[in-house]
Structures are given as C-alpha cells and as structure tokens.
Design a protein around this ligand. Sequence first.
Ligand SMILES: Cc1cc2nc3c(=O)[nH]c(=O)nc-3n(C[C@H](O)[C@H](O)[C@H](O)COP(=O)(O)OP(=O)(O)OC[C@H]3O[C@@H](n4cnc5c(N)ncnc54)[C@H](O)[C@@H]3O)c2cc1C
Length: 449
Amino acid sequence: MNSSETTIDIIVIGGGPVGTTAAALLSEKGYSVCLLEKAKHPRFHIGESLLPMNLPILERLGVLDQIKAIGIIKHGAEFNAIDPVSQEWKRQTFYFEKSFNKKYPHAYEVKRSEFDHILLENCKNKGVRVLENNQVTQVDFISPGQVVVHHNNENNEPTILYGRYIIDASGRDSLLSRRLKLKQKNPHHQSSAIFGHFSDVQRRTGKDEGNISIYWFEHGWFWLIPLNDGSMSVGAVCWPEYLKTLEGSTEAFLWKTIAMNSAVASRMKKAKKLGEIRATGNFAYTSKKMWGRDFMLLGDAFAFVDPVFSSGVYLGMSGAEQAAEIIDQCFKTPERTAQLCTQLEKRIRSGINEMCWFIYRFTSPAIQRLFMNPKNDYQVESALISMLAGDIFDNKAVKIRLKLFHFIYYTHVMRMLPGTIKSWLKRRKNVQVIFKKGTMPEDRVDESL
Ligand SMILES: Cc1cc2nc3c(=O)[nH]c(=O)nc-3n(C[C@H](O)[C@H](O)[C@H](O)COP(=O)(O)OP(=O)(O)OC[C@H]3O[C@@H](n4cnc5c(N)ncnc54)[C@H](O)[C@@H]3O)c2cc1C
C-alpha cells in the first residue's frame, strides 16, 4: 500500500463542477487541497445547460472568459405543449432579461467535457493537487481532524492519503452518503432519463439559437440543448414505469420515444447520433444530513431531484462556493462548526426545496397551462423567470411573488380537478415505494439501464 506521510488540509472526492469549485476556492484561501477524480478529463457528462446565476460564480473562479469561448449564449428557456383548444403545438419562451436581476440576462450551453476540463485545469492553476484516474474506495474517520482516504492510483495500486477534512463531491456515485447510510430515495419524485448527442437537429435561429427547448409528452418531457459545435444534446426524462418497458437497444428505445412527440420528431428528421446513447434511472434522492465531523457532502453527492430547470450545476456550484466560506470559518473557529454548518445546510436545502415545488408539479395540467399562458400581473412572470435563472436564495421580491404563483397554481388546480387528479395518480404510481422506506440499497440508487 502506497501512502504519503503529509497530512492534507482538505481532500476533495470528485472533479466535477462542484468538487473543482470548492477545491479552487479553498486553495485560494491558503489550504492545502488534494482532489481525487476517478476519470481522466475531458470526459463525457450530461448536464449542459447553465443558468444565469452561474455566471457570477464563474467570474469569481476566474474562468468566465474561457466558458464564453466554448459556450453558446442561452437567452432563455422555451417550453412547448399542445394547445388544448387548437391541438397545435404552442411555444412559450421565457427570456432571462425579464428576470428581476438585470445583471445576468443570459447563461451558456456548454459541452460538459469541455466545461469540467476548464474547471479542473483552473484548480491545478490555483495550486490544488489534482489526481486523475484515482478512484476513492473508502474513507476512515480516525479521530477529530484525522481522516484516511483509500484510493486506487493511476496504476490501480491501493494508496492512502491522510487529511484533516473531506469534501464528497462524487456526484451521483455519492460515495460517503452511501457508505454512511445517509442516502434516501426522494419520496415525492422519481424519474429516469435516456439521452445522447446528435448532429443535424433543426436549430432555432437568431437570438433563440442557444435557448433550451423543453417539450411535454405523455411519459414526461424532452430537452433539446444546442451546443457550440452545431450538435444538440437531446434527452427524454420519463416516468420510471415507462422506462421499464424498454425492449431492444437503448438507442432504438430513444428513437421510439422521440416518435411519440411530433414536434421533437420533426426537429430530428435528419438527426444523426454522435457517440453513445445513455440511460440513467431513478435519480431523485437526498441525504439525511449534509455534514458531520470532518466531512461535507456537496452537489449531487448530497442530493439530486430532476434536471427540468437545469439547476443541478448551478445549485451544486453555489453550494460549493458557500461551503468554501463556511469550511474556512470552521477551521478558524472550530467551536462554531455545528452552528455554521447547520445554517449552511438549511440554506442549501431551502434552495433545493424552492426548485422542488415546481419540479413535483411540472407534469400537472395546471402548471402546463400557467407556463404556456404567463401573465406578469404583480410581476409574477418576472419572478418565475428569476426562478428559471436560479435567483432563488436572497431575492425577497422573487420569493414573495413565487408564493403568489403557488397560490395561483392552486386556484387553477381547483378549476382543472379531473386532469389534476389523473396526473397526480400517475405520479403517485411512479413514486410508489419500490424500495422499503428508509435507506436505499446501494445497487438500486442510480441504476443504469
Ligand atoms: C439526465 C440529466 C440531465 C441533466 N441536465 C442538466 C442541465 O442541463 N443543467 C444542469 O445544470 N444540470 C443538469 N443535470 C444535473 C447535473 O449533471 C449535476 O447536477 C452536476 O453534474 C453535479 O455536479 P457534481 O460536481 O456534484 O457531480 P458530477 O458532475 O457528477 O461530478 C462528480 C465527479 O466525481 C467523480 N467521482 C465519482 N466517484 C468517485 C470516486 N469514488 N473517486 C473519485 N472520483 C469520483 C466522477 O467521475 C465525476 O467526475 C442533469 C442531470 C441528469 C441526470
């Protein structure tokens, strides 16, 4: 077993957007930081659509210009549904320039292989020791401030590192959350996705070229995310019940699903697949707690719900940025650790919950009607766009108006009761307890189909 006698201040597991954000910011504060990444960047990752509120974080990390260079400008988010009266497809675009925060009127769509690579290189430039092709296998908490991290190095040899503090940013692998039996399936939501990159997909033009397109359909919804090189990320997020009917190849299943949505099928008439078609199942989960003695869980390693509002990268990076401040304070004033970390956890959970309210209702007829027929009375539409931009933490004007939106939603539910009950029953069937209540068995957490 290889080992190094030096004790590192902070060991970060995972070199995605979250691990690299936390590592870079803590290294800037003067801590010795080592980041272990099981893959070698650049590597494929799903999740290409960023939110405007990502931009200040990228600015602080000093990588905004590099991201601009690889990205395509996303001015807004477009929603598509069949109009119940005309039975024609209807399109509604929410432009970020109409949100409350006028400072960030757009975001970017990025290839995650490039985006994550830039963030990882940035870590190295900021003094983080980055070990790629190094998979963490186990973490032992020996005594306060003494952690041992077991990993397989680039030659696949078992190796150990000594640290004072661990950040788990291992994404949906959620290494620590599983090991500590903190990971739980989300009792309110379950969905699965099937996706790939394609060439020759019809793009929007002009200002709309970089917008994400979302389409409702009977088994869930589709995304189309245009990328800088002319390709398109296309995916369907479906009820697990539907994905269970998968027969034959994953690719054939995706094409079959695309054929169910005439608008998506029409844009993909000439599409050709680029690379692998992938699927991921049952990805809505949370962890019972976010921190403990000498560790913190961040980003997807802590919780993930659903990608419909493209909030995963932003929520994770924002959490990592806030965590870097808190961990610094905890090192300086250890007696305040419990108070500081509890406040942070509460704040991060409040951001996720704000998104969850919309996620849980996204397939209901009332939300579809409200999204497709927005009204800006009392600036409710601006607040909705602010939510879509990721402005969900500190803006009181947004928060109050989102509450008003909730109220309007419930009045629509009353008016559309039969449709709402039908969609609620469908949801309920899909989130039925597949697993026994409590901690999820490891092998079922993120099953690839
Ligand atoms: C279908 C789908 C579509 C999505 N679309 C979007 C979108 O459009 N916009 C958006 O913002 N979000 C989207 N998301 C969510 C987004 O992908 C994640 O929220 C985001 O990648 C989380 O970042 P992270 O750094 O926490 O984890 P990750 O990006 O997953 O990074 C974790 C890293 O840890 C490494 N790792 C794992 N285990 C170990 C180990 N044992 N040792 C060492 N390294 C390890 C992995 O190799 C990986 O590089 C989507 C998610 C899904 C499932």
